[in-house]
Design a protein around this ligand. Structure first.
Ligand SMILES: *Cc1c(COP(=O)(O)O)cnc(C)c1O
Length: 371
């Protein structure tokens, strides 16, 4: 987390501890003002109006609220949902729940480049389609989706478009309304903010999107997300987003240059491939297939480096990435793939030492397997 983010949060843990829902005292009203000013800032940075932002505990909660909230409200209109197999588990599991309670689901595969295919989408739309779900950028490959194209298709058919923008926000310029997104999710810790706080964008004009609340309580967040607000988290998230947006253009080119250096450096080991589109990609993410090397063995031989197989482990038993599988990769190719991410805190020196460590580990593992 950014130091400046922590600094902005501290007063709300200590001296300004009041509950923003307590309107009877000055301290409560001051906390409410701080939350509303954070909401304005978050909205400004995301191309939204303040009343279109609902604060939540993170993207997972926002996704549940959005998908279930839209599906339940539109049940009479239709029961068909379209999404892609490359979505985050928070989306896939929520949609699986909806399928189990009677909705019809079309799960589209991605191409080898990982880019969601809009032609396939058009073919699957029918009169009972109520919801199209497509992320802005993929968390495992960094591949960027054709969000505005999907939004146009949704608009043409009068269907609601939900976009999980958790990976894009703070890494590439992203504006909900300009992109034509009707409803979308984000999470502070993906842009150097605190964990456990995020938000949901719900368009209130052209079109006005309605959702049915899925939890009930004290009427906070206009009744959509009841429960005492995480004031320090909300303040920290707005600060983190301001910092990310302030330097987004410089950081995009600086980080992608570092990523290129990293990929070229590891590439000298030979037989290394970039998974997914090389062109339409976030600047910080690199998903590499290193042939002849098992990813689990690479991870255990590189304890100095923090990197992952697919997404942050969602299960105790490692399984091949559902994202890479849906892009048509074999189990063996998936088992040789790793995801590396860098950030605005990564230094050139760290990139150079990572390259040396990777190349040593790769040649070590290739030698032992060929013996
Ligand atoms: C991280 C992530 C989520 C989940 O965010 P939480 O903060 O864990 O709720 C959802 N979607 C995408 C694309 C993500 O990268």
């Amino acid at each position: 987390m950014d130091d400046k983010v922590l600094e902005s949060m501290m007063p709300y843990f200590l001296e300004s501890y009041a509950n923003p829902a307590s309107h009877t005292h000055l301290s409560g009203r001051a906390a409410a003002r701080a939350v509303e000013s954070a909401r304005r800032s978050v909205a400004d940075n995301l191309g939204a109006d303040p009343e279109e932002i609902i604060f939540t505990s993170g993207a997972t909660e926002s996704i549940n609220m959005a998908l279930r909230g839209v599906a339940e409200l539109n049940r009479k209109k239709g029961d068909h949902i379209i999404t892609w197999a490359t979505e985050h588990n928070a989306v896939l599991e929520t949609i699986e729940h909806l399928r189990q309670v009677g909705y019809k689901v079309t799960l589209l595969p991605a191409g080898r480049d990982g880019i969601p295919d809009t032609e396939a989408l058009k073919r699957e739309i029918n009169e009972s389609t109520i919801l199209i779900v497509c992320m802005a950028a993929n968390n495992e490959t960094g591949v960027i989706s054709p969000v505005t194209e999907i939004a146009e298709i949704a608009e043409d058919h009068g269907i609601i478009y939900f976009c999980d923008a958790t990976q894009a926000i703070g890494k590439i310029p992203f504006r909900f309304r300009t992109n034509g997104v009707h409803i979308g999710s984000f999470s502070a810790h993906k842009f150097h903010g605190p964990k456990g706080v995020g938000g949901l964008y719900v368009s209130r004009r052209s079109p006005r999107v309605a959702i049915k609340p899925i939890s009930f309580g004290g009427g906070h967040e206009r009744g959509f997300r009841p429960g005492t607000l995480n004031v320090p988290g909300i303040i920290g998230m707005s600060k983190a987003l301001e910092l990310a947006e302030d330097s987004i253009w410089e950081e995009m080119s600086r980080i992608s240059a570092m990523r290129t250096r990293l990929e070229q450096g590891i590439g000298t080991s030979g037989n290394v491939h970039i998974n997914g589109s090389v062109k339409d990609r976030l600047p910080n993410t690199s998903n590499l297939m290193i042939r002849g090397v098992k990813n689990e063995r690479l991870i255990t031989s590189l304890p100095e480096l923090d990197f992952a197989i697919g997404s942050a482990c969602t299960s105790v038993i490692p399984r091949p990435s559902h994202v890479l599988k849906s892009m048509g990769m074999t189990d063996e190719e998936c088992d040789s793939s790793v995801r590396l991410s860098i950030s605005r805190y990564t230094s050139d020196r760290e990139i150079e030492s990572a390259i040396v460590l990777f190349n040593d580990a790769i040649s070590g593992l290739r030698n032992t397997t060929s013996e």
